[in-house]
Write a protein that binds this ligand. Structure first.
Ligand code: SF4
Length: 317
């Protein structure tokens, strides 16, 4: 039987603006198994970052439920939230701007340890910082270095050590490698996988890059304009994509073997505005397969075990 650590049920996050209601997240459901990774993929503006921040209660959901280890955290108030936030951490996209430039590596990593009173004496805190640095592959000589003295990969390792400092169970990784060189990306992805094995961590991995998600995720959910349009175990999604949007995203990934060519499916136009979107399928204006039925939004439904798709093309199958 699967052990679900996080369950998201009909999550909605709307923002009222002068131009109308931005439906950033518009009724999504998913769950994450303990010790596993869910990749949340989509273009900029699809709502994936809002999902991550809403789960962490950094922004308040408009409606819906977020169950962490069976407890509805949307109802938590101050003290409950504090302990929840220890169990759920965030690794940021940009290691260049997420670290305080005036603080040393040890000060940055020790901050949450001191704030949560995990160790009292300076010696204990320093020992813990040194242990965390070793865990994420940072040399001890960098203990008193400043962020500007480190390259992007090392800065991201500092961010990861800081997230690990409070011994979380769950980490939202928000585009953690997109600002890094490709060679460094692989190192950070491997580190995240090693840490997952070591500490039994569960991740939501938010990215626009499907090839990155292939490397790290057990399951992938593809988002488009505030909705999940396809969700499947990673290998199934890569071998048998069904939604026209997923197919187009996958067709853009280069294949290293030059003997194999994949036809690139170009997506027409821009992502539509999430302000008061029409009731049709949100992908309809860019979809080459749109037909009459697409005037109504398709529901996400299971087409094979664990593989869910929101597309009217599935209705005839
Ligand atoms: Fe395209 Fe229609 Fe499927 Fe939407 S429901 S992705 S418009 S075929």
């Amino acid at each position: 039987m699967s052990d679900i650590i996080l369950e998201v049920d009909d999550l909605v996050k709307h923002f009222k603006t002068r131009r109308g209601t931005v439906r950033a997240v518009d009724g999504i459901d998913f769950s994450v198994e303990r010790g596993k990774t869910l990749g949340l993929v989509g273009e900029s503006g699809c709502g994936k970052t809002t999902v991550g921040r809403t789960i962490l209660r950094l922004i308040e959901p408009t409606s819906g439920r977020i169950l962490f280890e069976g407890r509805d955290i949307t109802k938590l108030h101050k003290s409950g939230l504090r302990s929840y936030r220890r169990e759920m951490q965030l690794i940021f996209q940009d290691p260049y701007s997420s670290l305080d430039p005036r603080k040393t590596v040890s000060q940055i990593i020790s901050e949450p340890i001191i704030a949560n009173k995990l160790f009292r004496s300076k010696r204990e805190v320093d020992d813990r910082v040194a242990e965390l640095m070793a865990t994420v592959g940072l040399a001890g000589r960098l203990f008193n270095s400043y962020p500007h003295e480190l390259d992007g990969g090392r800065r991201q390792r500092v961010g990861i050590a800081r997230a690990l400092a409070v011994e979380p169970k769950f980490i939202v990784c928000d585009e953690p490698v997109s600002a890094l060189d490709v060679s460094i990306q692989a190192q950070i992805l491997n580190l995240l996988k090693e840490l997952q094995m070591l500490f039994g961590l569960s991740y939501i991995f938010i990215t626009h890059d499907l090839s990155v998600v292939h490397h790290i995720s057990d399951e992938v959910a593809v988002m488009y304009l505030g909705k999940i349009v396809e969700k499947a175990p990673t290998e199934e999604l890569f071998e048998n994509p069904l939604h026209p949007y997923t197919k187009a995203l996958l067709s853009a990934i280069p294949i290293p073997d030059i003997r194999h060519k994949r036809e690139r499916i170009l997506i027409r136009g821009e992502v539509a505005s999430p302000i008061d979107p029409p009731p049709e399928c949100r992908f309809a204006r860019r979809c080459d397969h749109a037909f009459d039925a697409c005037k109504e939004h398709p529901e996400l439904r299971e087409v094979s075990p664990g593989h869910l798709v929101a597309c009217h093309l599935m209705d005839s199958q």
